[in-house]
Design a protein. Structure first.
Length: 231
């Protein structure tokens, strides 16, 4: 947990510094990504100091990670949506729909983790189904919208979207393997696996996004190939 807190802190400080040099019109990307890292740092700090956990039956349940995800995952999706959509204001329904699916996924996952007995696997299935629907929208609707952007923006979006799809797909697998699922791996291994996923999905994502200043500059200058409208 301490390694996680340190990694998230380094990311937050780095993103804040990069934000001071952000091209005009792109600072919202830096602000959103900084907040993601800051929330994750606070979550890992709480867990590293012995908080954010409770006993569910005979296992330790880290509910703090779900509190983290309920805030950070919608912000990660917002970064992707703002990158893909030339006119986000025309696509509020799509953005809201993606975020609502995401919140449903996280909250049902929280419920599953806090539940004893076989019922938690049914809740896991519902949460995973919501994730599949969410990632389907990313792969179809957001990918289609991103194709109307400049080649540089398309490349950055494609990299980040594929990274998100791959990493997010691993979370329910780790859940099943860990103490909240079948208990195939112990709590130490479970924590380590979630830590690697979190650092990759948040800090790795953030560096890939924020260091592509040219692509972000193309967004701020309206460098889209044609107007995008995804209803």
């Amino acid at each position: 947990m301490s390694i996680g807190a340190l990694g998230m802190l380094v990311g937050a400080v780095s993103f804040a510094y990069l934000g001071t040099q952000a091209p005009q019109g792109t600072r919202h990307f830096y602000a959103i990504t900084f907040v993601i890292a800051l929330i994750a740092f606070l979550s890992y700090l709480v867990m590293a100091t012995g908080g954010g956990a409770t006993l569910v039956g005979d296992r330790v349940f880290y509910y703090a990670r779900y509190v983290d995800w309920v805030f950070t995952t919608p912000l990660l999706l917002l970064d992707l949506a703002l990158l893909a959509l030339a006119r986000p204001g025309r696509n509020v329904g799509l953005i809201v729909g993606i975020i609502v699916l995401d919140l449903f996924m996280i909250l049902t996952g929280l419920w599953a983790g806090a539940t004893e007995g076989a019922g938690r696997y049914f809740l896991w299935f519902i949460s995973t189904a919501a994730m599949v629907a969410l990632l389907y929208l990313v792969v179809t609707r957001l990918f289609a919208a991103a194709r109307t952007q400049s080649p540089g923006v398309q490349q950055v979006f494609r990299t980040l979207a594929i990274l998100t799809v791959v990493l997010w797909s691993l979370y329910p697998i780790v859940w099943l393997l860990g103490t909240e699922g079948f208990g195939t791996v112990g709590i130490t291994t479970e924590v380590a696996l979630f830590l690697v996923l979190d650092l990759s999905a948040k800090i790795g994502f953030g560096f890939l996004l924020l260091t592509n200043r040219q692509a972000l500059g193309e967004i701020s200058s309206g460098g889209a190939a044609r107007p995008a409208r995804v209803s």
